[in-house]
Design a protein around this ligand. Structure first.
Ligand code: FES
Ligand code: FES
Length: 273
Protein backbone atom coordinates (compact mmCIF):
# COMPACT_ATOMS: atom_id res chain seq x y z
CA UNK A 1 0.00 0.00 0.00
CA UNK A 2 1.29 3.40 -0.88
CA UNK A 3 1.88 6.00 1.77
CA UNK A 4 -0.58 8.27 -0.01
CA UNK A 5 -3.30 5.62 0.45
CA UNK A 6 -2.48 5.22 4.16
CA UNK A 7 -2.73 9.00 4.70
CA UNK A 8 -6.10 9.11 3.02
CA UNK A 9 -7.40 6.37 5.38
CA UNK A 10 -5.80 7.84 8.60
CA UNK A 11 -5.44 11.54 8.05
CA UNK A 12 -2.87 13.13 10.33
CA UNK A 13 -4.25 16.19 12.18
CA UNK A 14 -1.54 18.85 12.46
CA UNK A 15 -1.07 20.25 16.03
CA UNK A 16 -3.04 23.39 16.73
CA UNK A 17 -1.12 26.60 17.26
CA UNK A 18 -1.09 27.73 20.95
CA UNK A 19 -3.84 30.33 20.43
CA UNK A 20 -6.25 27.79 18.89
CA UNK A 21 -5.32 25.20 21.55
CA UNK A 22 -6.38 27.66 24.23
CA UNK A 23 -9.76 28.09 22.58
CA UNK A 24 -10.03 24.35 22.15
CA UNK A 25 -9.42 23.22 25.76
CA UNK A 26 -10.41 26.39 27.66
CA UNK A 27 -6.88 27.12 28.95
CA UNK A 28 -4.91 30.24 28.47
CA UNK A 29 -1.73 29.51 26.53
CA UNK A 30 0.21 31.19 29.35
CA UNK A 31 -0.90 28.53 31.81
CA UNK A 32 0.77 25.85 29.70
CA UNK A 33 3.93 27.82 29.10
CA UNK A 34 6.96 26.52 31.03
CA UNK A 35 7.99 28.72 33.98
CA UNK A 36 11.40 30.20 33.20
CA UNK A 37 14.17 29.19 35.58
CA UNK A 38 15.55 32.54 36.79
CA UNK A 39 18.33 30.81 38.74
CA UNK A 40 19.82 29.25 35.63
CA UNK A 41 22.95 30.92 34.22
CA UNK A 42 21.98 33.63 31.76
CA UNK A 43 22.95 33.56 28.15
CA UNK A 44 25.67 36.07 27.32
CA UNK A 45 24.49 39.35 25.84
CA UNK A 46 24.85 38.56 22.17
CA UNK A 47 23.06 41.43 20.49
CA UNK A 48 24.85 41.50 17.17
CA UNK A 49 26.42 44.71 16.06
CA UNK A 50 24.96 46.26 12.90
CA UNK A 51 26.46 44.67 9.85
CA UNK A 52 27.34 41.43 11.62
CA UNK A 53 25.33 38.27 11.35
CA UNK A 54 24.29 36.57 14.61
CA UNK A 55 26.56 33.71 13.76
CA UNK A 56 29.67 35.83 13.37
CA UNK A 57 30.66 35.25 17.02
CA UNK A 58 31.07 39.02 17.63
CA UNK A 59 28.89 40.04 20.57
CA UNK A 60 27.89 43.63 21.36
CA UNK A 61 30.38 44.13 24.18
CA UNK A 62 33.26 42.81 22.14
CA UNK A 63 32.29 45.04 19.25
CA UNK A 64 32.08 48.19 21.45
CA UNK A 65 35.33 47.37 23.24
CA UNK A 66 37.12 46.81 19.95
CA UNK A 67 35.78 50.07 18.49
CA UNK A 68 36.75 52.05 21.57
CA UNK A 69 40.22 50.60 21.82
CA UNK A 70 40.80 51.46 18.17
CA UNK A 71 39.61 55.08 18.39
CA UNK A 72 40.36 56.11 21.99
CA UNK A 73 44.12 56.60 21.65
CA UNK A 74 43.53 58.99 18.74
CA UNK A 75 40.90 61.08 20.55
CA UNK A 76 42.36 60.98 24.07
CA UNK A 77 45.91 61.42 22.81
CA UNK A 78 45.00 64.62 20.99
CA UNK A 79 42.86 65.94 23.85
CA UNK A 80 45.59 65.11 26.37
CA UNK A 81 48.24 66.90 24.35
CA UNK A 82 46.02 69.97 23.96
CA UNK A 83 45.06 70.04 27.66
CA UNK A 84 48.77 69.93 28.48
CA UNK A 85 49.39 72.90 26.19
CA UNK A 86 46.53 74.81 27.83
CA UNK A 87 47.90 74.04 31.31
CA UNK A 88 51.37 75.12 30.18
CA UNK A 89 49.93 78.37 28.86
CA UNK A 90 48.28 79.03 32.21
CA UNK A 91 51.52 78.31 34.07
CA UNK A 92 53.90 80.25 31.84
CA UNK A 93 51.70 83.05 30.58
CA UNK A 94 52.37 81.98 26.97
CA UNK A 95 49.72 80.30 24.87
CA UNK A 96 50.40 78.71 21.49
CA UNK A 97 47.06 79.65 19.97
CA UNK A 98 46.53 76.05 18.83
CA UNK A 99 43.03 74.99 17.88
CA UNK A 100 41.89 72.18 20.16
CA UNK A 101 41.22 68.78 18.56
CA UNK A 102 37.71 68.32 17.25
CA UNK A 103 37.22 72.06 16.66
CA UNK A 104 37.88 74.19 13.64
CA UNK A 105 38.46 77.91 13.83
CA UNK A 106 35.75 78.50 11.21
CA UNK A 107 35.93 80.24 7.83
CA UNK A 108 35.75 83.75 9.30
CA UNK A 109 38.15 83.24 12.20
CA UNK A 110 40.49 86.06 13.06
CA UNK A 111 43.35 86.28 15.57
CA UNK A 112 42.13 87.39 19.00
CA UNK A 113 44.23 87.93 22.11
CA UNK A 114 42.46 87.66 25.45
CA UNK A 115 43.98 88.48 28.82
CA UNK A 116 42.61 85.71 31.03
CA UNK A 117 43.82 85.29 34.60
CA UNK A 118 46.92 87.39 33.87
CA UNK A 119 47.84 85.21 30.88
CA UNK A 120 47.59 86.36 27.29
CA UNK A 121 45.84 83.73 25.17
CA UNK A 122 46.35 84.05 21.43
CA UNK A 123 43.32 82.44 19.86
CA UNK A 124 41.68 82.24 16.44
CA UNK A 125 37.95 82.84 16.80
CA UNK A 126 35.00 83.71 14.64
CA UNK A 127 33.32 86.95 15.73
CA UNK A 128 30.20 85.01 16.77
CA UNK A 129 32.03 82.95 19.44
CA UNK A 130 30.89 83.75 22.98
CA UNK A 131 33.31 84.37 25.79
CA UNK A 132 32.02 81.20 27.46
CA UNK A 133 32.89 79.04 24.45
CA UNK A 134 36.22 80.81 23.99
CA UNK A 135 37.14 80.06 27.61
CA UNK A 136 36.00 76.46 27.68
CA UNK A 137 36.64 75.26 24.14
CA UNK A 138 39.56 77.34 22.92
CA UNK A 139 41.50 78.45 26.03
CA UNK A 140 41.02 75.15 27.89
CA UNK A 141 39.57 76.81 31.01
CA UNK A 142 36.64 74.56 31.82
CA UNK A 143 36.06 75.82 35.37
CA UNK A 144 33.41 78.19 34.01
CA UNK A 145 30.27 76.15 33.47
CA UNK A 146 27.66 76.19 30.73
CA UNK A 147 24.19 75.77 32.22
CA UNK A 148 21.40 77.31 30.19
CA UNK A 149 23.56 79.16 27.60
CA UNK A 150 20.75 81.76 27.59
CA UNK A 151 21.61 84.16 30.41
CA UNK A 152 19.23 82.65 32.95
CA UNK A 153 21.23 80.50 35.38
CA UNK A 154 24.46 82.37 36.20
CA UNK A 155 26.65 79.25 35.93
CA UNK A 156 28.86 81.01 33.38
CA UNK A 157 29.60 84.13 35.49
CA UNK A 158 33.13 85.53 35.13
CA UNK A 159 34.67 88.93 35.81
CA UNK A 160 35.55 91.33 33.02
CA UNK A 161 37.33 94.46 34.17
CA UNK A 162 36.37 93.59 37.76
CA UNK A 163 32.63 93.37 37.05
CA UNK A 164 30.63 90.18 36.83
CA UNK A 165 29.27 89.30 33.43
CA UNK A 166 27.42 86.35 31.96
CA UNK A 167 29.98 84.91 29.58
CA UNK A 168 27.30 83.07 27.57
CA UNK A 169 25.85 86.45 26.56
CA UNK A 170 29.21 88.16 25.93
CA UNK A 171 31.08 87.95 22.65
CA UNK A 172 34.75 87.12 23.09
CA UNK A 173 35.70 89.81 20.57
CA UNK A 174 34.07 92.47 22.71
CA UNK A 175 36.35 91.91 25.70
CA UNK A 176 39.71 92.18 23.97
CA UNK A 177 42.10 94.27 26.02
CA UNK A 178 40.12 93.85 29.24
CA UNK A 179 41.27 91.68 32.14
CA UNK A 180 39.13 88.55 32.42
CA UNK A 181 39.06 86.51 35.60
CA UNK A 182 37.61 83.02 35.78
CA UNK A 183 37.24 80.76 38.80
CA UNK A 184 40.69 79.32 38.02
CA UNK A 185 42.15 82.80 38.54
CA UNK A 186 40.46 83.59 41.87
CA UNK A 187 43.32 82.00 43.79
CA UNK A 188 45.74 80.26 41.40
CA UNK A 189 47.90 79.13 44.30
CA UNK A 190 44.90 77.22 45.64
CA UNK A 191 45.56 74.63 42.92
CA UNK A 192 48.93 73.83 44.50
CA UNK A 193 48.96 71.49 47.52
CA UNK A 194 49.28 73.68 50.59
CA UNK A 195 48.33 76.80 48.63
CA UNK A 196 45.62 79.01 50.04
CA UNK A 197 42.19 79.43 48.53
CA UNK A 198 40.31 82.67 48.08
CA UNK A 199 38.46 83.50 51.35
CA UNK A 200 35.17 83.02 49.52
CA UNK A 201 36.20 79.56 48.31
CA UNK A 202 37.26 78.67 51.86
CA UNK A 203 33.97 79.96 53.28
CA UNK A 204 31.98 77.91 50.74
CA UNK A 205 33.80 74.80 51.93
CA UNK A 206 33.34 75.60 55.61
CA UNK A 207 29.63 76.37 55.19
CA UNK A 208 29.00 73.39 52.91
CA UNK A 209 27.63 75.81 50.34
CA UNK A 210 27.29 73.32 47.49
CA UNK A 211 26.17 69.80 46.72
CA UNK A 212 26.78 68.82 43.10
CA UNK A 213 29.00 71.86 42.61
CA UNK A 214 27.86 72.65 39.06
CA UNK A 215 26.68 76.14 39.91
CA UNK A 216 29.55 76.80 42.32
CA UNK A 217 32.05 78.52 39.98
CA UNK A 218 29.35 81.00 38.97
CA UNK A 219 28.20 81.45 42.59
CA UNK A 220 31.78 82.14 43.67
CA UNK A 221 32.38 84.70 40.93
CA UNK A 222 29.13 86.50 41.77
CA UNK A 223 29.86 86.36 45.49
CA UNK A 224 33.34 87.85 45.04
CA UNK A 225 31.99 90.59 42.76
CA UNK A 226 29.27 91.33 45.31
CA UNK A 227 31.94 92.37 47.82
CA UNK A 228 32.53 95.51 45.72
CA UNK A 229 28.88 96.18 44.94
CA UNK A 230 26.42 98.36 46.86
CA UNK A 231 24.65 95.40 48.42
CA UNK A 232 22.79 95.92 51.72
CA UNK A 233 23.87 94.24 54.95
CA UNK A 234 20.97 91.84 55.52
CA UNK A 235 20.67 88.22 54.37
CA UNK A 236 17.75 89.28 52.20
CA UNK A 237 20.02 91.80 50.47
CA UNK A 238 22.57 89.08 49.72
CA UNK A 239 19.83 86.85 48.36
CA UNK A 240 18.70 89.67 46.10
CA UNK A 241 22.25 90.38 44.90
CA UNK A 242 22.85 86.67 44.21
CA UNK A 243 19.46 86.10 42.61
CA UNK A 244 20.93 85.71 39.13
CA UNK A 245 22.70 82.53 40.18
CA UNK A 246 20.45 79.48 40.28
CA UNK A 247 21.33 76.47 42.43
CA UNK A 248 19.28 73.40 41.57
CA UNK A 249 20.57 71.67 44.71
CA UNK A 250 19.06 74.41 46.86
CA UNK A 251 22.23 75.32 48.77
CA UNK A 252 21.03 78.93 49.10
CA UNK A 253 21.05 79.26 52.94
CA UNK A 254 24.63 77.97 53.08
CA UNK A 255 25.72 80.23 50.22
CA UNK A 256 24.28 83.28 52.00
CA UNK A 257 26.03 82.23 55.24
CA UNK A 258 29.36 81.91 53.41
CA UNK A 259 28.99 85.31 51.75
CA UNK A 260 28.03 86.98 55.02
CA UNK A 261 31.01 85.50 56.81
CA UNK A 262 33.44 86.82 54.20
CA UNK A 263 31.79 90.23 54.26
CA UNK A 264 32.12 90.36 58.04
CA UNK A 265 35.71 89.16 58.28
CA UNK A 266 37.56 90.32 55.16
CA UNK A 267 38.31 93.56 53.44
CA UNK A 268 37.90 92.92 49.74
CA UNK A 269 41.00 93.12 47.57
CA UNK A 270 40.95 95.95 45.03
CA UNK A 271 39.03 94.99 41.94
CA UNK A 272 40.90 94.46 38.65
CA UNK A 273 39.74 96.98 36.11
S1 FES B 1 25.03 79.53 31.03
FE1 FES B 1 25.14 81.66 31.07
S2 FES B 1 23.47 82.25 32.31
FE2 FES B 1 23.25 80.10 32.14
S1 FES C 1 25.36 72.90 44.14
FE1 FES C 1 24.27 71.75 42.64
S2 FES C 1 23.36 73.30 41.42
FE2 FES C 1 24.23 74.40 43.04
Amino acid sequence: MLVRDLQSQHPVTPPLPPKDRAMDDGHSPDEDAPIPDTTAPQEPDTWPAPGHSPGSGLDRRTFIAASLSASLPLVVGDQWRWRSLAAMAAATGQSTGEIPPGLTAGPNAVPVSLLINDTVHHLRLEPRVTLLDALRNYAGLTGTKKGCDQGQCGACTVHVGGNRVLSCLTLAMSVRGKPITTVEGLAPEGMIPGGSLHPMQQAFIEHDAFQCGYCTPGQLMSAVALLHEPCGPADADVRECMSGNICRCGAYPNIVAAVQEVRAKHTPAPRRS
